[in-house]
Design a protein. Sequence first.
Length: 465
Amino acid sequence: MADSPIAVFDRLTRVDLPQHTPVLLDTACVLGGSIAGLLAARVLADHARTVLIIERDQVNVAGLPRAGVPQDRQGHGLLPGGLAQIERWLPGLTQEAQDLGAVLVSPDQQVVYLDGHQQVRSGDAQILMGSRPFLESRIRSRVLALPNVSTLSARATGFEYRNDAVSAVRYVVDGVEDVVSVDFVVDAMGRSSKLSEWVEQAGYDRPRLQRLRTGISYATALFERADKPDDLDLACALGQFSPPSSPDGLAVGAVNAIEDDQWLVMLMAYGENQPSRSIEAFRSTCAKMPPIFGEAVSGAVTREILTYHQADSRRRDFAGLSRFPARLVSVGDAVASFNPVYGQGISSAALHASCLSEYLVGNPALTMPAAEFFALQGVVVDAAWTISAGGDAARLDAIAGVEVSEDVRRQRWAMDQLIRATLVDETVAQAFNAVAFMLAHPFSLGDPALVERAVAAHQRASAVS
Ligand SMILES: Cc1cc2nc3c(=O)[nH]c(=O)nc-3n(C[C@H](O)[C@H](O)[C@H](O)COP(=O)(O)OP(=O)(O)OC[C@H]3O[C@@H](n4cnc5c(N)ncnc54)[C@H](O)[C@@H]3O)c2cc1C
């Protein structure tokens, strides 16, 4: 009998290194040298004589923003689930990042507000805060230090195939085409990966693309952090319940301590609503939020507001394709890119690397499509999608007045009870956060005893308020 999604997720979130790492490949090639590609390269380094990362941007370890990752100017946090996996593959990275100024936030230094009400603090999971370019640069310096990993500054343009397997990658450097023979390829080209087009043109199945139109707008600015207001390093304010009570049409705001003694302040809105774009309006919105927001934006601006719009959450389903090339997998945003406000992207990429490890440690038949890999990865994608797209779908259905099935209605009611109970019950808050932090599978929240506890806690709290 196949393992349950909870059991698979528990296995993938383990933090010990594999005992046996067979070298199965001569040249493994990773397309895209961003966070998902770098973490995949780290795992491949255990199983290939040479790992070549092809990245179209000129990158170095300096930690500068770059064209190929436009989202990297926006707020990023590394959830405990992803941090544990990154620490698994690159031991000591957390301490190195902290030594260079990243902030490791413990539960007593973070606070979450749901419509202005503070969530109960729970557990001991820590979140690593730093800017996206900084976090990527720390990962890059560690991965590129591996003796069998190298990079090629080039734009990948397609594949060559032999015996229904990818056998070479075509690329362009300075307008000149070339090709490299490979015996395994990982697509980590982000949400606009061209892999689907490439395989379809060669006569293989195109992975089905699911989209949920969320229409989110981000605005992020950096401020000098003179001191530590309230001794907090991280605050998140969500307009959770209907109608949300956030100011100026906002859905979410976050204040994060990052490297170089700065506050990164992010405001996010859905649909027609737009977060403030001038510093004056930005400060005025923050002044209407919990006090730490106003305090964080009172310092000097160290980087002006930059905005980002994302039309949809999307996932590509690779499991169950009947005709797909062997020796080819896809990871990170190329597979699923979620509503970023849930902060799941880097953690998902790290768990995809762990899926790749479990697949290769199992000594798979490399002449066949990587079905075992896609099945493992499907569990991780489903887990993240259930939380983020599930939450967004409920919001969109409520706005549009869509009638949903009784099953869906019950699930959404249970989730609402759990979320409300995180304001008053530590056990529920801990179970909920384990899922939100990608340490546990969302099915763990379906435990009837937990839902009953949430209902009772919420009723008790309503009775006294
Ligand atoms: C606004 C916003 C906020 C976010 N906040 C968070 C957060 O708080 N926490 C979190 O965990 N995640 C967050 N995410 C998600 C996170 O940014 C990504 O999940 C993460 O960066 C992993 O992405 P990736 O490596 O798969 O793809 P990307 O980072 O998009 O990288 C793709 C890479 O592929 C390269 N590439 C593309 N095409 C080619 C080609 N043909 N040849 C060679 N190279 C190519 C690109 O140059 C790029 O380097 C956020 C996303 C957004 C949009």
